[in-house]
Write a protein that binds this ligand. Structure first.
Ligand code: ATP
Length: 175
């Protein structure tokens, strides 16, 4: 499926702004450039929700979240930056493991299972994308995902193919 990445980023951003009025969300202006990638819209949404949910969950005081959006001829990169508690070097290698949580005692109050990031990583890698972390304890974290993009021409061809398959499936043969 061909998905407009910038549209999904804007939609998830709008939802988070609404759900968390105590946070300031800042979205890059570059997001208004449409960028197409081959990924299920739901999967991309899921990844972004996991990262934004975490940014909110692991921030106590400086409630500010920045969403940046950049693309070149090959990849699109979306970064979620928070100014929360941060993740130590040691834990950065582990947070993508299933059921791994930095502070186990807190799991009862924060209600997580340690699955979110493992799922996000599997999803993005299934589309030949990447996820990375930059973080400093006590200062905050940046989670960055990158995904190969489709040229306008490739997106058009794939969309036509999909429409033709749908027309065949509904028996009319007319896209
Ligand atoms: P859930 O399964 O509901 O997502 P979770 O948040 O514990 O629960 P992950 O999203 O996989 O699970 O995150 C794993 C651990 O990584 C968290 O428990 C937390 O310690 C740490 N972590 C994740 N995101 C951040 C962040 N933005 N800032 C600080 N720590 C984080």
């Amino acid at each position: 499926e061909v998905t407009n990445v910038s549209e999904v980023v804007q939609q998830v951003y709008d939802n988070f702004k609404m759900i968390h009025p105590d946070f300031t969300f800042i979205l890059d202006d570059d997001v208004h450039q449409p960028v197409q990638a081959q990924i299920y819209r739901n999967h991309l949404e899921q990844i972004l929700i996991i990262l934004l949910d975490n940014a909110v969950k692991y921030t106590q005081t400086r409630k500010e979240i920045h969403l940046t959006f950049e693309s070149d001829s090959r990849n699109v990169e979306v970064a979620v930056q928070d100014f929360g508690e941060g993740i130590s070097q040691e834990n950065r290698d582990r947070v993508f493991n299933r059921f791994y949580r930095v502070d186990k005692a807190r799991s009862r109050t924060k209600g997580g299972n340690g699955l979110g990031l493992a799922i996000a990583k599997r999803l993005i890698e299934a589309y030949r994308g990447k996820i990375t972390i930059e973080s400093a304890v006590g200062y905050g974290s940046v989670f960055r995902i990158s995904l190969p993009i489709l040229s306008d021409e490739a997106a058009r061809v794939l969309n036509e193919k999909k429409e033709r398959a749908q027309a065949e499936a509904n028996g009319t043969g007319i896209p």
